[in-house]
Design a protein around this ligand. Structure first.
Ligand code: PLP
Length: 392
């Protein structure tokens, strides 16, 4: 049976070139980079190359920090808790402005910090499902706000937030800005000189790098306190023996992802649009978010009358991997929270299915998916007790 992987917002295949570059750091050059002997020091050049690639990949300047973490969840936790310790507990600025559609590695940390005295304010989304600058202007009270934390692109809808404008506005009012760029890197250009953020989180496994390694950009002078203490790794900003293979893999994956941006924009978008057009030809189907506002690889679709889970299981029988939304929430039978946040009724929100492509997705895979999905929706609707054709 054909197998088609359309869950690239959950994780991606490791680019074979990345795997190859990592290989020697397991059984040949496996020394601890902190050791003084040659086993330790021989890995230093590759680590430097990896860091250079990460800095270049996001446009960081040499004066800024880019630290290697274990994942974006750690990066997001690090920023929010640093702001809590360095700003919220020490100054009158108690507020974090965020959105209702952040990944749990931001939203759950905010909920936790609220129990410790932080004031969390969720900015309302506009009718396009994003936060625009006028909303930030209306809500931002600089004397009360410790941090604005807004994702670059949403993991479920693929909607892109105007980070350049939002961060510029926050900066012009002296307010720190964090962005979770996990779903943006490798899909759209991400540059911290153009978008003046103070902190930016990313994760290698979302752009064809290995799992278990992520990164955090910290602009020079931005308040910081490490999440993990215990050593002097990463200039004292993140303790723990460095994952050399992961770091090398992430550096190369970042470079390759940026080289492939044009392909992503043209070819991945073309395949995504082909699939999307075919889905929209199925009656009573809708796709969330305007195409031009989304990253090129993502579709969040709703098929009226069909439970998202039922469709996922049916597609899985034919070897197609899709998702009902965030992989972290996939065991829950609650309606898709992003769809609820952007104002869809609960019934529609239950019908959400996310299809996310990558630069490894082929035309044949998309053609097969169109065929299987169209038949699957038809079949499931025939047995659905809730589907009434053209129901308003
Ligand atoms: N932020 C976003 C927007 C995500 O989509 C994810 C993963 O799905 C994360 C953060 C967490 O990334 P990691 O798996 O590296 O912890």
């Amino acid at each position: 049976m054909q197998r088609v992987y359309l869950d690239n917002n959950a994780t991606t295949i490791v680019d074979p070139r990345v795997k190859e570059a990592m290989d020697i750091y397991f059984c040949q050059q496996y020394g601890n980079p902190n050791s003084l002997h040659e086993f330790g020091t021989e890995v230093h050049p590759a680590m430097r190359v990896a860091l250079d690639r990460l800095y270049a990949g996001i446009g960081a300047s040499d004066e800024d920090d880019v630290i290697v973490t274990s994942c974006a969840t750690e990066s997001n936790n690090t920023v929010l808790k640093a702001i809590y310790w360095e700003v919220i507990t020490k100054t009158p600025k108690k507020r974090i402005l965020t959105t209702p559609v952040e990944h749990p590695s931001v939203s759950h940390v905010c909920e936790f910090l609220q129990t410790k005295g932080a004031e969390i304010v969720e900015l309302p989304l506009n009718t396009d499902g994003i936060v625009d600058t006028s909303t930030l202007e209306a809500y931002l009270e600089p004397e009360k706000t410790a941090l604005v934390s807004i994702m670059w692109a949403n993991n479920e809808t693929g909607l892109i937030f105007p980070i350049k404008e939002l961060a510029t506005y926050a900066r012009s009012h002296g307010v720190l800005f964090h962005t979770d760029a996990v779903q943006a890197i490798g899909k759209v250009a991400v540059n911290v000189q153009e978008a003046p953020v103070d902190y930016l989180s990313f994760s290698a496994h979302k752009f064809h790098g290995p799992k278990g390694v992520g990164g955090l950009y910290i602009r020079k002078g931005a308040p910081f306190v490490p999440l993990l203490h215990g050593g002097e790794h990463m200039g004292g900003k993140r303790s723990g023996t460095i994952n050399v293979a992961g770091m090398v893999g992430m550096g190369l994956a970042m470079e390759l992802a940026n080289e492939a941006l044009f392909y992503e924009e043209k070819e991945v978008r073309r395949l995504r649009d082909k699939l999307e057009d075919a889905l929209l030809a199925i009656p009573d189907t809708m796709v969330i978010g305007k195409r031009e506002l989304r990253v090129p690889n993502t579709i969040l679709a709703s098929f009226r009358g069909i439970e998202g889970e039922a469709l996922i299981w049916d597609l899985n029988r034919y070897g197609i991997a899709a998702s009902t939304g965030s992989a972290c929430a996939s065991e829950s039978l609650e309606p898709n929270p992003v769809m609820v946040a952007i104002g869809l009724d609960r019934e529609l929100a239950h019908t959400a299915v996310r299809l996310s492509l990558s630069r490894f997705t082929t035309e044949e895979e998309i053609d097969y998916t169109i065929e299987v999905l169209t038949a699957s929706v038809k079949r499931l609707r025939e047995i659905s007790s809730t589907y009434v054709k053209n129901k308003e």
